[in-house]
Design a protein around this ligand. Structure first.
Ligand code: HEM
Length: 502
């Protein structure tokens, strides 16, 4: 037997294997002083061990990554294939990392060119000067239209009013609020970007929302595959490439038609919306270096991303809000009592009431904390070698912030799984914002729509609860408060009864 084995595994085979092992180990050797992490295999990194443990745990990726802190601490690292990832599970590490100028890039999406809707990167996915230019331009244009300022609240209230009419039309019968919320919230971005709102019955609007919804769903299902080639090769995507391609084409056509329309009606002395201002800027930078960043491809990419980033997040938060109000009728009642006491029944709450409505605000904050709808943030990328809390972060590392872990850390939040708005209220009945509360992330790439989102959430939530009481339908099963990952941590589909209040 021993003779047979020796014949099969002769000395040359052993030598070749040993050399191959040494070369692969050298090739995939870890840089020194990385944050701690699990065992790394040559070529595959920690994919086999983490993949199996994740599968066995039955947990969502953010929950699984929170659990890994027990073994490796709040900042740890691992390889997926040859891609190094650093996971930040504490507010302190996220704050320090996201202030660092070398950790403000995004990883490049590793998907075939033909699946990209445009050649532009847009503000969410761009890096370096390219990103700085898009961000500066978008923020200043938003500011010039008053987006996120008090003067903008009338535009939001128009949408809440339209939404209330739709909810009322069910006359207390149960319905799924998702599509209607999506119409209302998307119309706010439409008014800023396209300069117009759509009627809920408009078929073009429906098609746009449907395409965006599917794109967001795909992004969520295959988020890791977008940035990490080995995950893509393992084919963990849910939707075939030809379907994605067809969707990207239809979205492109939609935006193209809107831009063409804007070009036809363009009037430099009357810039009505984001696209008008962008077209004006494109003309102004023509022939200069800035034309590399400010061009039509980037405009369309940014517009598409403003929709995706601005609608899905806000709609998902509002869906969680309705669900939690149904699940905790006593808290819903307390919010309504506060609104009634401060605002009365003859007018709707508005932003000038916000300071007098601490319980309402604290309830919204608790919804954002417990649901943590962007559980792993949006990935950052190391543009250069740098250090973080004494560790080395090599160039090309992907850095993820586990916002869910930060929002559910028992060291910060007593009984983190319990829904308790009071945790955001001081003894003086003022709203407090702990350092560990980061729904919009922090630092250089902090959510660009934070002010707008806060206004939207407050106005939608307070005005809806002023108008209706939300009840679990009598024939519905128990409410499910477990999230599932689309691009955001979303509730499962649910129905509600919107009962008009006296
Ligand atoms: C409840 C609502 C929202 C939540 C929870 C949310 C959360 C986030 C988070 C966690 C990030 C990642 C920041 C980072 O990379 O560190 C982000 C980025 C971003 N958000 Fe929001 N967001 C919301 C609403 C909005 C709205 C309404 C807009 C619309 C205009 C918007 C536009 C953006 C953009 C453009 C970025 C990318 C910023 C950049 O890369 O420089 N978001 N958001």
């Amino acid at each position: 037997m021993a003779h047979w084995v020796l014949w099969f595994v002769d000395i040359r085979t052993i030598l070749v294997c040993a050399i191959a092992f040494l070369v692969i180990s050298w090739w995939t050797r870890k840089p020194k002083n990385l944050p701690p992490g699990p065992w790394t295999w040559p070529i595959l990194g920690s994919l086999p061990n983490l993949g199996i443990s994740l599968y066995r745990s039955g947990l969502q990726p953010h929950q699984f990554m929170a659990k890994l802190t027990k073994h490796y601490g709040k900042v740890y690292s691992f390889y997926l294939g040859n891609q190094l990832l650093v996971i930040l599970n504490s507010a302190e590490s996220v704050r320090e990392a996201f202030q660092n100028q070398y950790l403000a890039d995004r990883p490049t999406a590793k998907i075939p060119e033909k699946l990209k809707m445009t050649k532009g990167q847009g503000v969410v996915m761009a890096s370096g000067d390219h990103w700085r230019e898009q961000r500066r331009f978008t923020l200043s244009t938003f500011r010039s239209f008053g987006v996120g300022k008090r003067s903008f609240q009338d535009q939001i209230s128009v949408e809440v009013k339209a939404l209330c009419q739709e909810f009322s039309s069910f006359k207390g019968e149960s319905f799924d609020p998702r599509k209607l919320l999506s119409n209302a919230v998307s119309n706010i971005i439409c008014s800023v970007v396209f300069g117009k709102r759509f009627e809920y019955s408009d078929t073009t609007f429906h098609e746009l929302l449907h395409l965006l919804d599917k794109t967001v769903e795909d992004a969520g299902a295959g988020a890791a595959a977008i940035f990490i080639p080995i995950v893509r090769y393992l084919n963990m995507r849910s939707t075939a490439d030809n379907v994605r391609y067809e969707r990207a084409q239809r979205l492109w056509k939609f935006y193209r038609a809107i831009v063409d329309d804007h070009r036809e009606q363009f009037d430099r002395v009357d810039l009505k919306d984001y696209i008008d201002v962008y077209l004006d800027e494109i003309e102004q930078v023509e022939g200069s270096e800035r034309a590399f960043n400010i061009n039509e491809h980037n405009m369309i990419a940014t517009v598409a991303q403003l929709f995706a980033a601005g609608s899905e997040t806000t709609v998902t938060t509002l869906r969680w809000a309705l669900l939690y109000m149904m699940a905790y009728p006593n808290i819903q009642d307390k919010v309504q009592q506060e609104i009634d006491n401060v605002v009365g029944r003859n007018r709707l709450p508005n932003l000038s009431d916000k300071e007098q409505l601490p319980y309402t605000e604290a309830t919204l904050m608790e919804i954002q904390r417990i649901a943590s709808i962007v559980p792993l943030g949006v990935p950052h990328y190391a543009a250069e070698d740098t250090t973080l809390l004494g560790y080395t972060i090599p160039q090309n590392t992907i850095i993820m912030s586990n916002i869910w872990a930060i929002h559910h850390d028992p060291a910060t939040w007593t009984d983190p799984e319990i829904f308790r708005p009071e945790r955001f209220i001081t003894g003086d009945k003022l709203v407090k914002q702990p350092d560990e509360y980061l729904p919009f992330s922090t630092g250089r790439r902090v959510c660009l729509g934070e002010n707008l989102a806060k206004m939207e959430l407050f106005l939608f939530f307070s005005q809806l609860l002023h108008h209706f009481t939300f009840k679990k339908p009598k024939d519905a099963q128990n409410l499910c408060l477990d999230g599932k990952i689309r691009a955001t941590n979303s509730p499962s589909d649910f129905r509600t009864e919107a009962i008009v209040r006296d």
